[in-house]
Write a protein that binds this ligand. Structure first.
Ligand code: F0G
Length: 456
């Protein structure tokens, strides 16, 4: 079919407004050119993230009313627990307020000073928590995955050759754990195959290493396995998700992505009872009691419903195709983006678009700023700016300089996407005029959150 209608109708709307170019210039100056430091009322189309801003279903909204706000033993907790147990096949469920809170509780229990955490690309917050716990974050990914022109089905995979070489040379005693992030956010929202999960799990088991999933976009990953991996065409998404998780020991999840809630996260432990008990104890002073973990009863209720609905095939298909269609419009115009197109976002290659700006002058952020100036659209930098510095304060050079255009679920229409494509193309036509940036204030960790910059 030429047109594929969305599998939902829209029950509530929220007005958005495009302020003038002069106003946008002032906004940028006031924000010190840090696009994370702007008021949402000054943004027309916000593609900063797909986290906590997706459109909830009417069932989720009704769940908010049904939430049980009892301090302990909330009915909503037990509902969430049951849904998570049946989705993951794991026994022990701890709610936390969001994904990084799960990291904050669990990482100190797993990482000893100087140990490494090996991932397929540890997300920015994971990397920060690894460093805060005096560990070292290692990303093992094939060079093809970083080459935007190489179209492979599962570019999110953890590179097992690099993993085996590392273990051969260093042994396993210095590995805190292995973490597979599904989908692989930092390099393009690209999926990890069941085959790869299985292989990594086998290596982890043979070496006695714990396998953790960072499962913010687990449903999108399962969708890709269903579409692209031969032996999974006949299985449904729930079966695929159960099988994926069966290979690991721990699931950490931000509920703000595929579960489409405004707030919520999880620590789920299969059978390592000691770890579960320690996490349960560790979370009380920081997140709260193990049966609410920083969430209201209503949040847990909406979370449970969101998780149930996250495996609806037609929702995932519409979402992934919407992102893909935006990407196709850009590819048709010759804009360099990560290929194949990922599940939740388009990743513009600022290295290729702005070759005259070196990584230390943050080409992707410069592109982000100019896109906002042109159109009121905000993306997010995923390059050397958010990558941060090396252990000795040296300039950190990210393997990619991406401007991510991240699409919240069921929020924007295909017309919004056409506007986005047109304006990205317009900005790229003026690429020669774009200059690099320099930092005038920065913090040690997660510097993208609060830094101040100016144009060179
Ligand atoms: N892991 C992954 C893969 C993520 O994408 C995120 C958040 C987190 C962990 C942390 O979860 O935000 O609930 O604390 N990603 C958002 C993004 C912020 O824009 O990609 P959180």
């Amino acid at each position: 079919a030429k047109y594929e209608p969305e599998p939902f109708k829209i029950k509530a709307t929220e007005p958005i407004r495009l302020i003038t170019r002069e106003e946008r210039e002032k906004v940028l100056q006031k924000a010190y050119f840090n696009t994370l430091n702007m008021a949402s009322s000054d943004i027309f189309i916000d593609l900063l993230t797909d986290s906590g801003n997706s459109s909830m279903t009417d069932r989720q909204w009704s769940g908010l009313m049904m939430g049980d706000e009892s301090y302990t033993g909330s009915r909503s907790f037990f509902r969430l627990e049951e849904v998570v147990q049946s989705l993951t096949g794991y026994k022990h469920v701890l709610p936390v307020h969001q994904g990084r809170a799960a990291e904050n509780v669990v990482f100190p229990l797993l990482i000893k000073k100087g140990q490494v955490v090996i991932g397929n690309t540890n997300f920015t917050t994971s990397k920060a928590h690894i460093q805060i716990n005096q560990g070292i974050s290692l990303d093992f990914i094939s060079s093809d995955s970083l080459n935007i022109s190489v179209e492979k089905d599962f570019k999110g995979n953890l590179d097992t050759d690099q993993l085996l070489t590392y273990l051969k040379e260093n042994g396993s005693q210095n590995v805190a754990f292995i973490m597979i992030t599904i989908t692989n956010n930092n390099i393009g929202g690209l999926p990890v195959s069941m085959q790869n999960i299985k292989e990594v799990s086998k290596i982890a088991k043979e070496h006695g290493i714990l396998l953790v999933f960072d499962a913010a976009r687990f449903a999108e990953n399962a969708y890709y396995i269903h579409e692209r991996e031969d032996s999974f065409k006949e299985k449904n998404l729930k079966q695929i998700i159960l099988e994926m998780f069966s290979f690991g020991d721990v699931v950490l999840m931000s509920g703000k992505k595929d579960a489409a809630v405004n707030i919520g996260g999880l620590i789920v432990v299969k059978d390592k009872v000691d770890l579960y008990e320690s996490a349960k104890y560790a979370m009380i002073p920081i997140e709260g009691f193990p049966q609410y973990g920083g969430l209201a009863g209503r949040d847990m209720e909406a979370f449970a419903i969101g998780l149930e609905e996250s495996t609806r095939y037609e929702f995932l298909q519409q979402r992934i195709k919407q992102v893909e269609n935006l990407g196709k419009q850009l590819i048709a115009a010759g804009i360099p983006i990560q290929k194949p197109i990922g599940g939740h976002a388009i990743y513009l290659d600022a290295k290729k678009i702005l070759p005259h700006i070196p990584p230390c002058e943050f080409p992707a952020l410069a592109l982000c700023i100019h896109l906002y100036l042109e159109s009121g659209i905000r993306g997010s930098e995923m390059g050397s700016f958010s990558y941060g510095r090396g252990p000795n304060g040296e300039d950190g050079i990210s393997p990619c300089e991406f401007l991510r255009l991240c699409i919240p679920r069921r929020v924007y229409t295909d017309n919004h996407m056409r506007y986005v494509a047109d304006n990205v193309i317009k900005v790229c036509e003026k690429r020669q005029e774009i200059k690099g940036l320099k930092l005038i204030f920065e913090t040690k960790y997660l510097r993208d959150a609060t830094s101040k910059l100016e144009f060179k």
